[in-house]
Design a protein around this ligand. Sequence first.
Ligand code: NAG
Ligand code: NAG
Ligand code: NAG
Ligand code: NAG
Ligand code: NAG
Length: 408
Amino acid sequence: MNSWVTKCLFLLAMVLIIRTLLLPNTISFHVSKNNEIELLKQGNVRMKFLEVPQIVWGLNNQKIAFARACLTSRMLNRTLLMPSLSASLCYKEMDRLQPISFDKVFNFERFNSLCDGFVRVSRYSDVRNESNLIEVQKGSGRRWTLERDLDQLKEFSNQDYDAYETIRVVGKNPFLWHDHWPVSDYAKVFECLVLVDEISKEADEVVSKIREFGSETTSVSSYQKPYVAIHMRIEKDWMIHCKKREQRLNMSSICSSKEEITTRVANIQGLKPQTTLYLAVANELLEDDSVLNGWKQGMHPVDKKRLGLTEIYKNHSYLIQSAIDYEVCLRADVFVGNSYSTFSSLLVLERTQKMIKMGVSHPCGTDVRWPSYAYNIEGESGGPRRWMTNFSDSSLQAISYGSNSVSC
Ligand SMILES: *[C@@H]1O[C@H](CO)[C@@H](O)[C@H](O)[C@H]1NC(C)=O
Ligand SMILES: *[C@@H]1O[C@H](CO)[C@@H](O)[C@H](O)[C@H]1NC(C)=O
Ligand SMILES: *[C@@H]1O[C@H](CO)[C@@H](O)[C@H](O)[C@H]1NC(C)=O
Ligand SMILES: *[C@@H]1O[C@H](CO)[C@@H](O)[C@H](O)[C@H]1NC(C)=O
Ligand SMILES: *[C@@H]1O[C@H](CO)[C@@H](O)[C@H](O)[C@H]1NC(C)=O
């Protein structure tokens, strides 16, 4: 009798195990069925795709490259296949770029729902026939002009290419492609890039640490405590790069020393004493504390090290660290950056967009929320110059390669 019960239980257990093993298939079947229905609803009976090379370099160069790939796919009336980003910052060694899937950094579903009707990203599993593909080399070199590039894109949107489910662009990373779109189109794509929860939670933690730090120095409750974020580009390799650039352009307002930054920040009108300054600096600068010295009385600088966050940051790849820093600067009450930095420029773009959405009609005016400044250009009373993004610009040139036109 006992052994009979045991046998029954054993059989039951086996049935359960087999069911569980089979279940994932059933689920994925349902998902792909839903996808198909979704596609039919959109009237795209046969979706077509664009595939681009792995996206590389700094976080913001990657965001621009991604947006350019999206806008290209929009022009070709295709959906962008979810590209690989790069977790590490390697300029030369391509094999050490550590590909990281787009949806490990940005929320895939949110992207498509926010950008619905404008651009769309698809998963590779949406492709029905992987061999129905054409590989296309994008032109390059001096003689490959903006016009020729546009002609090539027009050709790809031609009906001859309709037969191919996927167009795979090979060659240069999209950041280096020619630009055919106005700033406002890029801004629409950037708006849809929302960090995945794990990363944005870490940014929340950093922001609350900064605000708590502020409340230790004053009596304001920590939640309300405002902070100024300063994106300081003073690392050795940046200084070498920007000095060269100053020589080439015969200008003197690209590089700013630490002294110039502290002096200009000290002269920002309207910053009350007991202000917390969050210094967004490269990790190499965290090695010594000198970056925290020399600020005006009443301004309290903090960096990741002083906040006790180096361990959290160290746990992440370069890309994720940048994404957290970016978010922290985006939420700052005041932002001060360098107008020749892509990181700073994209921040100002998103901050300007936020102000315009809140109904601020003069983003350069005094007494507005979320002002941004460029410390490399002198403004009023020896302070940094106010800075906003001009959304009427017809290309992203100013932002992607840096400029001193700050529209204020
Ligand atoms: C883009 O695709 C949609 C649906 O597939 C189609 O209705 C539309 O005509 C296409 N537009 C162009 C310019 O090819
Ligand atoms: C997939 O595409 C290739 C190339 O266009 C074609 O030869 C093949 O018949 C297609 N397969 C199916 C199952 O449609
Ligand atoms: C550089 O600019 C200065 C004034 O800003 C000017 O006097 C000088 O001639 C310029 N040099 C060159 C090589 O263009
Ligand atoms: C770092 O990551 C490991 C594994 O992902 C985790 O166990 C650990 O708690 C993390 N450390 C910090 C300080 O977040
Ligand atoms: C913004 O850009 C447009 C087009 O390039 C230009 O006409 C306008 O003067 C610019 N506005 C500012 C404030 O720079």
